[in-house]
Design a binder for this molecule. Sequence first.
Ligand code: EPU
Length: 420
Amino acid sequence: MDCLVIKGGKPLKGEVKISGAKNAALPLMAATLLTGEECTLRNLPNLSDVRFMSSILKSLGATVETGRGSIKVRAKKIEGFGDYDLIRKMRGSICILGPLMGRLKEAKISMPGGCVIGARPIDLHLKGMRDLGAKISIKSGYVHAKTKDLRGAESFLGGRCGPTVLGTANLMMAATLAKGKTVIHSAACEPEIEDLANFLIAMGAKISGAGSPTITIQGVKKLYGAEHRVIPDRIEAATFALAGAVTNGNVKVQGCVPGHLSAVLDKMREAGVKFSLEKNSIHIKPSKKLKSVDITTMPHAGFPTDVQAQMMVLMLKSPGISIITERIFESRFMHVNELARMGADISIEGPSAIVKGGKPLSGADVMASDLRASAALVLAGLSAQGTTRVNRVYHIDRGYEDIDGKLRSLGANIKREPGH
Ligand code: EPU
């Protein structure tokens, strides 16, 4: 297992180009199953999760042709229900449920378990399918959903922690081929949902309201092949903007949509980070004085849970006490103990982390536990004095394309080595 070795304490400088969004790419790839015609997706990030999804599509009988940053998928005929083990290994693969229901009126997928960031139930995904008329059974580790006829319906998808992103994606995809009209209430408003709707519309779907809490889908008989460019990854953009800020660097984050990051930018501004915005870039500049700020993660357009860990590193650099409250996933503080190895002073009180910032961090051997926690450890390593070794870096390769190469191009002293 590779590790990243970082010699920190150097301000980052230069420009970095943001890749396509992982969390848009996975449902978009799944959506290609809704038609037997060829679909092309461009600006796909080169990530292990994306390669994984390609394997899942192939295991369902689709032909997949991979180019540089693009993919052509043709699911002329869907054979079987895919490889149980492949689907079980990646949580994002739950987004094949909606397309299989739309296309075959039946889906059998391995029931995903919890993961390090929390329980990750799929009750709302199943509720959406039931609302369209599916009968669901869970047996021997499989979820089996089936119906003779998918029928449009009113479906409320708000859960204990708000809307569900992939649950909304699944219902929207299934409803494109249902009979009649579906209205999703309390739908997720994430930009990735809007991107998916745009692709589905290009395929011939009739959808309005995506990006708002009410999405209306008028079912059609058939969808067609289409081409689509994946939106830039807002979480990667936030991670690089924060990498600039925690090293007191001068970094231009290119090819992103600042409007997708309003909550993060607002908190960075409140924390005293200096930056300017252009249509497709965020320019982080050296800041004189950082301040503590309080953050609560929320569904879009609130502060994203996927940036919570990275923001914590900025709070460690800011003198004073910051309270970071995680409202989306119950155990998304796995990075806290690892940051403590670097000298961080953080205590956990229920869903909140109390961060006492302004103390210097020093390099240490740390263990990545999940994707965004790993990104936070890399940021901490860049801002610390001395050498940090981030082990189990395969987590980061799931969601950041060539993170070490991109950081090196900004002048970071970071290399990849075989580790434990
Ligand atoms: N939830 C339920 N029931 C459900 C589904 C979700 O109670 O049936 C709860 C979850 O437990 C959680 C909340 O609803 O408390 C939100 O979960 P959501 O369903 O929105 O998460 P997701 O769709 O499974 C996507 C991203 C995550 C990101 C979340 C929240 C993908 C592939 N994954 O997951 O990304 O954190 O939305 O924005 O799109 C990451 O990239 O590191 C990552 C974990």
